[in-house]
Design a binder for this molecule. Structure first.
Ligand code: BTN
Length: 236
């Protein structure tokens, strides 16, 4: 990754780079909005719902960006990440609500948003040049390189990602919901299972409510509003 080029292209940003760190999320706490933390590897990468993020040395983008809180931020970040991947590689990703970035049914990027000191810290992990994954992840994770069969430039992706985030977080909530609904095959008409605190439900997605939560129409005719992740394609 060419950090000096990123610093030249984005002179107004503070770009911190660590060859290795526990988690870029921790390093970003207390930094000013606009700051970016990048790492070559993470020894304790954090995923959503208490999981760990597989952070193989030198193969992925491990990035945290400090942002002002914004409407529908979680959805906007997924859109920005898919947009950056499309612009830099030509690959069109799907979005699994709320913001898993998917290629051919497998996850290629994940996003974690945490609030600290009144700012939002957007953690973005992109599987760029991984050639394989540990057995427990192999059925659900992929990388851009696995998909294209050729090495992919993390620098190029970041050159598109930082401006894309600026663009998408400026949009109003209705626009973000409309763009998400258009970009995601999960938003409506998709059979899904969802892990809920009281068990797994199955049904068909029926769009987003005005706050951006996912509506799932269950087979008994009732609707459930999904407010946190855990959505999977049924049968996968
Ligand atoms: C998910 O579970 O889908 C979210 C994964 C978020 C991973 C990124 S990698 C950069 C940043 N630092 C972390 O420790 N986590 C996020």
């Amino acid at each position: 990754m060419d950090i000096e080029r990123l610093r030249r292209e984005f002179p107004a940003r503070r770009i911190h780079h660590y060859p290795a760190i526990d988690s870029t999320m921790r390093a970003a706490v207390g930094l000013a909005p606009g700051s970016v933390v990048l790492a070559g590897q993470q020894t304790d990468g954090q995923g959503r719902r208490g999981r760990r993020w597989h952070s193989e040395p030198g193969s992925g983008i491990y990035c945290s960006i400090v942002l002002k809180p914004a409407p529908a931020l979680t959805l906007a970040l997924g859109l920005a990440t898919a947009d950056a991947i499309a612009r830099s590689t030509g690959m069109v990703c799907d979005l699994r609500w709320p913001n898993d970035v998917m290629l051919a049914g497998k996850k290629v990027a994940g996003i974690l948003v945490q609030v600290a000191d009144g700012n939002a810290i957007a953690g973005i992990g992109i599987n760029v040049n991984h050639i394989s994954f540990p057995p427990e992840l192999a059925s659900e994770a992929t990388s851009l390189r696995i998909h294209t069969g050729a090495p992919v430039s993390s620098t190029d992706i970041l050159l598109h990602l930082l401006p894309a985030i600026d663009t998408f977080v400026e949009l109003d909530q209705d626009t973000i919901l409309r763009l998400f609904t258009r970009a995601s095959t999960y938003a409506a008409g998709r059979r899904v299972t969802v892990a809920q605190p009281d068990g797994i439900i199955e049904g068909t997605t029926a769009g987003l409510d005005p706050a951006g939560f996912l509506i799932v129409h269950k087979d008994d005719g009732t609707d459930t509003l999904i407010v946190a992740g855990g959505v999977r394609a049924a049968g996968s």
